[in-house]
Design a protein around this ligand. Structure first.
Ligand SMILES: Cc1cc2nc3c(=O)[nH]c(=O)nc-3n(C[C@H](O)[C@H](O)[C@H](O)COP(=O)(O)O)c2cc1C
Length: 198
């Protein structure tokens, strides 16, 4: 089983990030979740999910309605002493989902000014998988340049772009498609969508 870090930032689409956490946990993986301040606010606004200061990991599993034993740890955005701030900590991949343009800019420029940014920065310096799931439209030249810099530094860019050839019937189907594509680039098994030609 793998060890993954999931970062939820303040871009629209925290539903993608939480579905990803759910899938990794249900698959038996070890997950560290961290959210930026804006990520917490947007999740509260979009999903009605308000992360409490006390026992945040338990609140996440309750929100995801997971009843089985899972391996979830929550890391506070301000805690630069957390293990995921260090390249010596074993992590198979870090996924920033959704990734705001501000977050992409920070990582593309190596700012590492809080734990989520540092966790992403560590993956680039250690040459380990960093999956960025940007969500913005339209994209400015600044956004495109930052995404290009990230790709040039080794990040895998998986835009939050649901497809329609799967004939989605619900928003859940669209969310599952994007999360399935993230799991695909990490070679993690899932049954979130039917594969073309199957
Ligand atoms: C409801 C809401 C939706 C937002 N959606 C996006 C978005 O899709 N993409 C984006 O780049 N920023 C979006 N923003 C703006 C970011 O939250 C803002 O730039 C924030 O500073 C990002 O901080 P972070 O990168 O530390 O999470 C949104 C803000 C709000 C309040």
């Amino acid at each position: 089983m793998g060890r993954y870090t999931v970062v939820i930032t303040g871009a629209s689409g925290s539903a993608y990030g939480l579905r990803l956490v759910e899938q990794l946990l249900v698959g038996g993986h070890d997950v560290t979740l961290t959210m930026t301040e804006a990520g917490r606010e947007v999740a509260g606004y979009e999903l009605g999910f308000d992360l409490p200061a006390e026992e945040p990991a338990r609140a996440v599993t309750r929100f995801l309605e997971l009843t089985q034993e899972v391996k979830l740890r929550y890391a506070c955005c301000a805690d630069l002493f957390d293990p995921i701030a260090s390249g010596s900590h074993p992590v198979d991949a870090t996924i920033v989902c959704p990734a705001s343009m501000g977050f992409c800019a920070s990582v593309a420029n190596g700012l590492a000014s809080n734990l989520p940014e540092r966790a992403a920065d560590v993956m680039l310096k250690e040459r380990k998988p960093l999956v960025m799931v940007p969500r913005e439209t339209p994209l400015s030249l600044v956004h495109l340049r930052n995404l290009t810099a990230l790709a040039e530094s080794g990040a895998i860019i998986v835009p939050a772009m649901p497809a329609f050839y799967q004939r989605p019937e619900t928003l859940d189907d669209a969310v599952n498609f994007v999360v399935g594509k993230i799991l695909d680039v990490l070679s993690i098994d899932h049954e979130l969508f039917e594969r073309w030609g199957s």
